[in-house]
Design a protein around this ligand. Structure first.
Ligand code: OAA
Length: 148
């Protein structure tokens, strides 16, 4: 994939920045996984300290998409670990962005996907299956919609 100059995109689209057509997440994420840059249509997911729906989505064909998970910024458990990282890679996802934590960082770094998350946390999440797929989410004040 050609590298996108994000500075260039911002500089040449100032009207879109003003109108909200171009949105930039605040730089709160750590980078994991070998993919330093990835860009693709988004699939959204809203959950809180529960990763059953994360697995459910990653079990479907990624077709090069990025799964953006609004985990409410929780610092109390991980929503993605080594197994889900492997699953994402095997199902053809380009990457996973987590507004929350991941775990098994060494394993995730071995997966051929891009991962962004706030931090790593050793605790697993709940397994109740609560959450909403494909809904508009708000990550650190930035609106993100399915398909963008
Ligand atoms: O199952 C979980 O809670 C997450 C995890 O550890 C993994 O993906 O390996």
């Amino acid at each position: 994939m050609a590298t996108l100059a994000t500075t260039e995109i911002c500089d040449t689209n100032t009207t879109l920045v003003g109108s909200g057509g171009l949105r930039v997440l605040p730089p709160i994420f750590q980078g994991y996984g070998p993919s330093r840059a990835f860009s693709c249509p988004i699939t959204t997911l809203k959950v809180f300290e529960d990763n059953v729906l994360v697995r459910q989505l990653l079990e479907t064909k990624g077709e090069g998409r990025v799964l953006v998970i609004d985990g409410g910024g929780s610092m109390r458990c991980a929503l993605v670990g080594g197994n889900l990282g492997q699953l994402a890679q095997n199902m053809g996802w380009a990457g996973v962005v987590v507004n929350g934590c991941i775990r098994d960082v060494d394993e995730i770094n071995e997966c051929d996907i891009g991962v962004r998350a706030l931090a790593s946390h050793p605790m697993k999440s709940n397994k109740k299956g609560v959450g909403e797929k494909h809904v508009p989410i708000n990550v650190a004040g930035t609106l993100i919609r399915e398909g963008e």
